[in-house]
Design a protein around this ligand. Structure first.
Ligand SMILES: *[C@@H]1O[C@H](CO)[C@@H](O)[C@H](O)[C@H]1NC(C)=O
Ligand SMILES: *[C@@H]1O[C@H](CO)[C@@H](O)[C@H](O)[C@H]1NC(C)=O
Ligand SMILES: *[C@@H]1O[C@H](CO)[C@@H](O)[C@H](O)[C@H]1NC(C)=O
Ligand SMILES: *[C@@H]1O[C@H](CO)[C@@H](O)[C@H](O)[C@H]1NC(C)=O
Ligand SMILES: *[C@@H]1O[C@H](CO)[C@@H](O)[C@H](O)[C@H]1NC(C)=O
Ligand SMILES: *[C@@H]1O[C@H](CO)[C@@H](O)[C@H](O)[C@H]1NC(C)=O
Length: 931
């Protein structure tokens, strides 16, 4: 549940397809260099399943599925289909990382928890983590909370895979995964009793098989004991083994862990890896069945990247602005339909005074159109409004790295949320832009409109967005910027701000992959000169020049380049007033990043920092580079932290981790706010490229650590401990905690700290009894030093989940098959399959979907003592196999599969077979797997 994440570090080159990184002593590591880590096992299963689902979706849409190469990016492209436009792998890579990173998180924060690793014979508890975790994933997806679902999936995969490495399942001679571990309707059988000795002594610690014959012959399940802090273990029990396991030196010595491959256990290790991979596939298949193909692909981050997110002031004076927001939304929806730039998701948050919300989140453009049409300007008067409360909902509800647009004409009433918003911006990496249309009456009251809007300017700057002040009559000219950013492959090439301004030259590099380059300059009273690599210039006074078109509205100038000349460009600025510059374009070459810190323990590695990184230590970043042909076609040359408002640029040292991942260390971190700047080479075109992040970051002497180890239950108090540490001034630290769902909450308002010391506090949340299961809650905890000197934050995603009690999957039974298919002329014939689906005493059938197959499904519900859904699947003989999945209200899945045999002969000859004979043949061949 913690959004803190973890990444492993490699001491050996990683060759596996998906390896994020490898720890030095990670579970499932292979010294032979084959690199079987949790991440590679999960990665291979995830990619294989994506491939399968993409193929099924393409088949159902009647199109081809042919990736042009093996990279994740090419898979993404093929999966999204042939719609025109640029595709960026950033969202896909981000989603995959959200899954993979959690694997290591289990080693860091649940290091000593036996159930998380199936240690200490904690089978019931370990299985419970998997069953409840899987139920949580399904509930989160039903409420569209994909990030929480991914994080839980990563942790569940770790525990599931550990079963094969830490138990004796492999030694018992099993050749397939233990279904009972993931099947809620079954339970684990024959666990060795606590008093039952399981291992013989192994003085060398390198015995091929220490399990006692009684255990093997009796088929008892056991696992190794892990003694991180003490050698004690129950009499006669196996140890996990290894240096960090103190119990392995106590008789029976040795250990049965198959985490690493050694000469004495290579076979066992390989079998464990294979079964772990198979089990992971089965888990993914179960989730896919429960949520359907389209949601499964969204879970995996396969969606068009553009998200349209509006936060709209609905007070009386906003009629014009609302009309414009509606016009832009309709324009984007209608003009981008069927292209890669069509938004994959729409977010709308209205706010007024004192109301704000609700958050409307939909993937359906028609729903967005109807919701935005419903907004009316009403009430509120000419007073400050709940703008930041609305923005908070949008930031927590939108996927990370979204572009959010706020429409308002009034200052914020809820300025107390400023620090929370700033933490959410840093944590989500989303960009917030403001379209400000102060009415003249307001201008009269306030001395300067800008100063009452200062908080908006600060937030725009912190997130890399813009604060655009325009009159109500010219707002329609300012909204082009929204159209510009609602594209799938937006990249930032340069961004900086100056206050005060001065004469300065800003160079930026345009590469061959960039199209639609646009420069935005906000500020007033400036002049500039734009210079291309070949020396062509255009000044700000030339509206239609040799380099582009300049559009001025309010404090914004938008320069659209009409050339794609590659090389080093320059903007010469002349002014003493404050301004911001941003150069953006469209390109598939981009990167994602996290600040990380190293941690120790039995499986040391790097954990992504949730708050601001620590002052005094080098800054470490883990970044992933992505391009159209995958990371292999790109070469990273330079990464630096660049001051946003200054000139300091601190270069980092780069360590290549494989598969587009790099670890970057920067020793001399800028003191103020900085962004990440990256330069590299596109090997295919041998051109140099430059990219930059938009979210500002800075270091802090304060840290907050909080770990949520379970979900919340409706109606019950949930307690979360957090620890604040400081290297700065001692004294009274102000603590603030907020959540985005208005869940009643208590926490200490202050903590006393000495410099170099730490203090613990507890946040208690009580979600109401009727909270929908799967609801996602974003909790922000902030600590601020005496006098506001320094501060930091932690952002946690928690889920509210009802206890699942229905573990019975629906039953799908094939009752009839009709039709005859000929392979020679599949187009001209059809076949059909009849099924009866029931859910016995369960929660009832929620949905039935075609998981694979391109036919039609119709259904009829009949009450026959129990409710029976009678379904009919009809398909062309060109599509001969089908899998139907029936899901109950809590996500248990029942399936029917069938493959129609085509007869090879020509139609005429086969026609002569009597019908009863063919039916007999079909029932013999049919291949159904009701669960
Ligand atoms: C981007 O440029 C292409 C041609 O280079 C053009 O077809 C497309 O409309 C442009 N997109 C936008 C959003 O301006
Ligand atoms: C860019 O547009 C301007 C004005 O429309 C035109 O004069 C100029 O030739 C164009 N440049 C290119 C490279 O197309
Ligand atoms: C405090 O300083 C020590 C030593 O410089 C460093 O290792 C640690 O990370 C710092 N902690 C914080 C919270 O800045
Ligand atoms: C939280 O802190 C309290 C007091 O220190 C402690 O008793 C409790 O066990 C802690 N809870 C968790 C989940 O760590
Ligand atoms: C399927 O369900 C219907 C309605 O309950 C029932 O009449 C029929 O006998 C069922 N068929 C089979 C094969 O169970
Ligand atoms: C339904 O529940 C009743 C009572 O608990 C039980 O006797 C019956 O066998 C159950 N039926 C099914 C189909 O599980």
């Amino acid at each position: 549940m913690d959004s803190k994440t973890m990444i492993m570090k490699s001491s050996v080159p990683v060759v596996a397809l998906i390896a994020l990184v490898v720890s030095r002593v990670q579970a499932f590591i292979s010294v032979a260099g084959s690199g079987n880590t949790h991440v590679t096992i999960t990665g291979h299963a995830v990619m294989a399943k994506i491939h399968e689902v993409c193929e099924a979706v393409a088949e159902s849409e009647g199109r081809d599925f042919k990736p042009t190469g093996p990279s994740a990016e090419e898979l993404l492209r093929a999966c999204l289909g042939t719609a025109t436009g640029e595709v960026s792998g950033a969202k896909f890579r981000t989603a995959l990382n959200q899954i993979y990173k959690q694997n290591g998180f289990v080693d860091q924060d649940f290091m000593s928890s036996a159930p998380h690793h199936f240690n200490n014979e904690a089978f019931i508890e370990g299985r419970n983590l998997i069953i409840q975790g899987t139920a949580a994933i399904k509930a989160n997806i039903r409420t569209d909370n994909f990030q929480s679902a991914r994080e839980t999936l990563g942790r569940v995969c770790h525990t599931l895979q550990d079963f094969y490495s830490h138990s004796n399942w492999v030694e018992l001679g099993n050749k397939s995964p233990y279904a009972n571990i993931i099947r809620p309707d079954l339970s684990i059988e024959k666990i060795a009793d606590i008093a039952m000795p399981t291992c013989s002594d192994c003085a060398s610690g390198t015995c091929p098989n220490q399990l006692l014959p009684a255990i093997l012959n009796g088929k008892y399940l056991t696992s190794g004991y892990m003694g991180l802090f003490s050698p004690e273990k129950p009499q006669g029990k196996c140890s996990h083994g290894g240096e960090t396991d103190l119990s392995s030196s106590k008789n029976p010595r040795g250990g049965i862990s198959k985490d690493e491959s050694h000469s004495y256990n290579a076979n066992l290790h390989n079998n464990a890896v294979n079964l772990a991979a198979e089990a992971t596939m089965e888990l993914l298949e179960d989730i896919r069945g429960a949520i359907g193909n389209n949601n499964y692909l969204r879970l995996m981050g396969i969606a068009r990247s553009a998200v349209l997110a509006f936060v709209i002031d609905t007070t009386g004076s906003m009629a014009d602005d609302i009309a414009e927001a509606k016009r832009v939304a309709f324009n984007i929806i209608d003009s981008k339909k069927g292209t890669q730039d069509e938004p994959s998701e729409y977010i709308l948050v209205p706010f007024n005074d004192p109301e704000f919300g609700p958050l409307i989140r939909t993937t359906n453009p028609d729903v967005m159109k109807s919701e935005i049409s419903k907004i009316r300007a009403d009430g509120g008067g000419d007073t400050p409004e709940m703008c930041l409360s609305g923005l908070q909902l949008a930031l927590t509800g939108a996927p990370s790295s979204s572009h959010i647009y706020v429409f308002t004409d009034a200052p914020a009433k809820d300025k107390h949320l400023e620090k929370t918003i700033s933490a959410l911006i840093r944590s989500t990496k989303s960009t917030v832009s403001f379209l400000l249309t102060a009415s003249s009456s307001r201008r009269r009251r306030a001395l300067s409109a800008s100063s009452q809007f200062q908080v908006y300017y600060d937030m725009a700057l912190a997130s890399g967005g813009q604060a655009i002040e325009v009159s109500k009559s010219s707002i329609s000219q300012a909204t082009d910027i929204i159209v510009d950013t609602s594209t799938s492959a937006l990249v930032t090439i340069l961004q900086c701000s100056r206050d005060p301004g001065r004469v300065e030259n800003f160079p930026f590099l345009l590469d061959g992959s960039v199209s639609n380059t646009t420069i935005y300059i906000t500020g007033t009273g400036f002049t500039f000169n734009l210079r291309s690599p070949t020396g062509v210039t255009q000044s700000n006074t030339v509206v239609n020049g040799p380099l582009g078109t300049i559009q001025k509205v309010g404090n914004l100038q938008r320069i659209q380049l009409n050339t794609t000349e590659m090389g080093l460009w320059h903007i010469d600025m002349t002014t003493t007033r404050p301004y911001t510059i941003k150069v953006m374009g469209q390109s598939a070459i981009t990167f994602i990043y996290d600040f990380v810190e190293e941690f120790k323990g039995p499986h040391p590695g790097f954990a992504a920092i949730d708050g601001r990184p620590s002052t005094g230590s080098p800054a470490k970043l883990l970044l992933t580079l992505t391009g159209e042909k995958g990371p292999e076609a790109l070469e990273l040359q330079e990464v630096a932290l660049m001051e946003v408002s200054g000139v300091k640029v601190s270069k980092g040292t780069i360590e290549k981790m494989g598969n587009g991942d790099y670890l970057v260390t920067v020793n001399d971190v800028p003191e103020g706010e900085f962004v990440v700047m990256l330069k590299g080479k596109d090997k295919t075109f041998t051109t140099l490229f430059q990219r930059q992040t938009t979210t500002q970051m800075s270091q802090s002497k304060v840290t907050i650590k909080a770990i949520a180890d379970s979900s919340m239950l409706p109606g019950q108090v949930f307690k979360l401990n957090f620890t604040v540490t400081t290297n700065g001034t001692g004294g009274t630290y102000t603590i603030r905690a907020r959540n985005d769902k208005n869940i009643p909450m208590t926490h200490p308002s202050t903590l006393n700290l000495v410099s170099g010391g730490s203090a613990q506090g507890t946040v208690s949340l009580t979600p109401s009894g009727n909270t929908v299961s799967g609801t996602d809650v974003t909790l922000t905890i902030e600590a601020e030093g005496p006098g506001g000197s320094d501060s930091n934050y932690a952002v946690l995603r928690l889920s509210v989940l009802s206890k699942v009690t229905d573990f019975t999957p629906p039953k799908c039974e094939i009752v009839d098959v009709q039709g005859i298919c000929y392979s020679s002329s599949c187009n001209s014939s059809n076949w059909e399959l009849s099924v009866n689906i029931t859910d016995g005493n369960g929660t009832g059938i929620e949905s039935i979907s075609i998981q694979q197959g391109s036919g039609n499904f119709t259904q009829k519900k009949v009450e026959d003592g129990v409710i029976v859904v009678m379904g009919l699947y009809e398909a062309s003989c060109c599509s001969t196999s089908v899998t139907l999945s029936a899901v109950d209200k809590v996500g248990n899945v029942g399936r029917c599969s069938y493959t129609m045999k085509s007869s090879a002969g020509s139609r005429l000859i086969s026609m002569s077979l009597p019908l009863w004979a063919s039916l007999l043949l079909y029932s013999f061949l049919h291949d159904a797997f009701p669960l």
